[in-house]
Design a binder for this molecule. Structure first.
Ligand code: LLP
Length: 424
């Protein structure tokens, strides 16, 4: 459930008419609903009631510091994958003990920064990484709390570009090899093995791959404890899908996912003495944000009608990158108009700059606004300035107030970053 809806023929974000934001900010822009973000966090947290837990929002999904801060105030931690994301999380007031650090390519300076603030857990993805982390920790006089990210070799049955838990993917350490790597940690003075981690992919709509993966990692925890390791925490990653409004299989509700987690855990452990870490990203932010764009032209093609928007693939990359489906709704709803079939495209000079094909929608004309839904996760964070287009702004709504949380980075600001050497 979200807080974007039509009232008296116009679309609102909570109690703010989107036209009002468009007038002040211009288009295109992202807008997030604070109540929706908070609600999604609460729903996910409620689903895990009874487990000792820490919900580390996957910062890569939406890394605006205002978003991180409001989630942090509700108790969320952060899952970061770079020194940059670590800085954002800290700036949002998330303390080190609520931060986990994932990713296959952590550089020594990023490890140092995380060691200095005493993060909760490094999710280590390879032996070379473990060795560098050990050396950095010893140098700084610290001990790094480590979980190995296990690659359980399960098929997440999601888009191949966002599937991460198969043996052929670059992520994690083979679950067959992991026990040996934990043994090696016993010899490493800078490393404390405290947990086990898994994340098999994103936008999963089937619980079975999760169940298989979680069963394997809990088995691993039990084995490791038997081998004398003091494993106190388990990180089950993120990945639960959200409804995008297409006909694809609807993802399970967080409560159903939570029940599955609890069932697997209780089946396998007589006494559940573990802290659970989760890393949801899309589930929290995806349907808490939309992108609003203005129609520039309506163009009659050969047998098709193109609605040319002022937003493009550089503002929202998902349709071009993953053939992702996003609902597109008119901001001004006209009840009586008969719907027609259109393609929504952007102004960028690539055929891939297409948001949707063959959508039924009321007739639109230049100047109308549309809302591209479910854009709060992997939207603004993946935007860029291709075709020298300004970087899209972000707005946060709470009740009847709204605030710009990242201004539009204008073309002059972008061009000003280029430097011309004196020999040119
Ligand atoms: N933890 C780790 C280690 C991850 O790699 C990811 C996402 C998450 C958590 C959060 O997953 P979520 O709960 O959001 O599914 N740009 C793509 C999605 C890439 C996901 C990458 N990793 C998209 O737009 O669909």
């Amino acid at each position: 459930m979200d807080y974007f809806f039509h009232k008296d023929g116009s679309m609102f974000a909570e109690d703010v008419d989107l036209h009002e934001i468009a007038r002040e900010v211009g288009t295109p822009f992202y807008v997030y609903s604070q109540s929706t973000l908070e609600r999604h966090l609460r729903v996910f947290d409620d689903a895990m009631t009874g487990l000792d837990r820490l919900i580390c929002f996957a910062v890569k999904a939406n890394s605006n510091v205002a978003v991180l801060k409001l989630l942090a105030k509700q108790g969320a931690g952060a899952d970061v994958v770079s020194g940059g994301e670590l800085k954002r999380a800290l700036k949002a007031g998330i303390p080190g003990e609520r931060i986990v650090f994932s990713g296959v390519g952590k550089k020594p300076y990023e490890m140092d920064a995380a060691l200095k603030v005493g993060i909760k857990q490094f999710n280590v993805e390879s032996e070379p990484e473990l060795e560098v982390l050990n050396a950095r920790a010893i140098k700084l006089g610290k001990v790094a709390p480590v979980a190995l990210r296990i690659n359980p070799d399960v098929d997440a049955k999601t888009h191949e570009k966002i599937s991460t838990g198969k043996a052929e993917n670059k992520f994690g350490i083979s679950w067959l090899k992991a026990r040996d790597v934990y043994e090696k940690m016993k010899e490493m003075d800078g490393i404390a093995p405290v947990g086990v981690d898994v994340h098999i992919g994103s936008q999963l709509t089937d619980l079975e791959p999760f169940r298989l993966a979680f069963t394997k990692v809990i088995e691993m925890v039990k084995d490791l404890r038997e081998a004398g390791h003091d494993i106190t925490q388990i990180d089950l990653g993120g990945g639960l899908g959200i409804p995008y409004g297409d006909s694809a299989e609807a993802p399970p509700l967080p409560s159903v996912y939570g029940q599955m987690v609890q069932d697997v855990v209780k089946e396998m452990m007589a006494e559940v003495d573990l802290e659970f870490i989760f890393e949801p990203g899309r589930l929290i932010a995806g349907n808490a944000g939309i992108m609003v764009s203005e129609v520039i032209y309506v163009k009659e093609g050969d047998g098709r009608k193109f609605v040319i928007l002022d937003a493009a693939m550089n503002d929202l990359a998902r349709p071009a990158m993953y053939d992702a489906y996003h609902n597109i709704d008119p901001v001004n709803l006209s009840e009586e108009a008969e719907e027609e079939l259109v393609d929504f495209v952007g102004p960028v000079c690539e055929s891939g700059d297409t948001f949707a094909k063959g959508r039924l929608i009321q007739p639109l004309e230049a100047g109308d606004l549309v809302a591209i839904k479910s854009a709060g996760a992997y939207g603004a964070v993946m935007s860029n300035s291709y075709n020298t287009r300004a970087l899209v702004p972000e707005v946060l709504v709470r009740g009847d107030q709204f605030s710009i949380i990242r201004h539009r980075i204008e073309v002059d600001e972008l061009i000003g970053q280029d430097q011309i050497p004196n020999w040119v």
